[in-house]
Design a protein around this ligand. Structure first.
Ligand SMILES: [Zn+2]
Length: 206
């Protein structure tokens, strides 16, 4: 038996239907009552989490993969403004008229399915910056996810920092804090492409 292996009764806490789950999943979706759940790493219990889906008009998705959708406030040195040039920073710190929210506020959209770090970072920055333009709807089927909320917080930090390092000299001066609020899940359509899979909005590898 491998370390960290868990045996859980995976019935939907909401309606009692069995939940589809694979070995390392910590996120689940009930296709009977359209409810999402995450495995709380401390209590080992299923906690309810809201789920919505990216609407993709005129095209059937082959599968929907889970992303964490985490509202956040970033506190950064006000003098760092000039160096915060990336799409993510523009999304968080751009002026209110373009972003629709106060400076420093925004929503991280972070992959929750297993994918290499480089691809996860690319998806995270693209979806975080683009999220306000994506329509949402209900229903559909959602694959399970392997990345916990704690993992997603780490990836949010990594994505934010990685977006800054392209400009030399800024990382040393980068002083920031991220405050995360209550998360939900977002189902993003993916389709087969050649050997692998791509998301159906931007055509990024997943
Ligand atoms: Zn259910």
């Amino acid at each position: 038996m491998s370390r960290g292996y868990r045996l859980l009764t995976l019935d939907c806490p909401q309606c009692g239907a069995p939940l589809a789950a694979e070995g390392e999943d910590v996120l689940y979706y009930c296709t009977a009552c359209y409810s999402g759940f995450r495995l709380d790493s401390e209590t080992e219990e299923l906690t309810s989490v809201e789920v919505s889906f990216v609407a993709l008009p005129h095209q059937a998705a082959e599968e929907y993969r889970p992303f964490w959708r985490i509202p956040a406030t970033i506190e950064a040195d006000p003098h760092a403004g000039d160096s915060l040039f990336s799409p993510i920073a523009q999304f968080f710190f751009g002026d209110r008229e373009t972003t629709g929210h106060d400076p420093g506020q925004g929503i991280f959209v972070i992959p929750a399915f297993a994918t290499p770090l480089a691809q996860a970072t690319t998806l995270a920055s693209r979806y975080t910056a683009a999220f306000p333009q994506l329509g949402e709807r209900l229903g559909e089927k959602l694959l399970g996810g392997v990345y916990s909320l704690e993992d997603a917080h780490k990836l949010a930090h990594f994505t934010f920092i990685a977006s800054q390092v392209e400009k030399p000299g800024t990382l040393r001066d980068l002083d920031y804090k991220i405050h995360f609020s209550d998360p939900s899940l977002l189902g993003v359509p993916f389709a087969r492409s050649g050997e692998g899979w791509e998301d159906s909005i931007f055509g990024l590898r997943g």
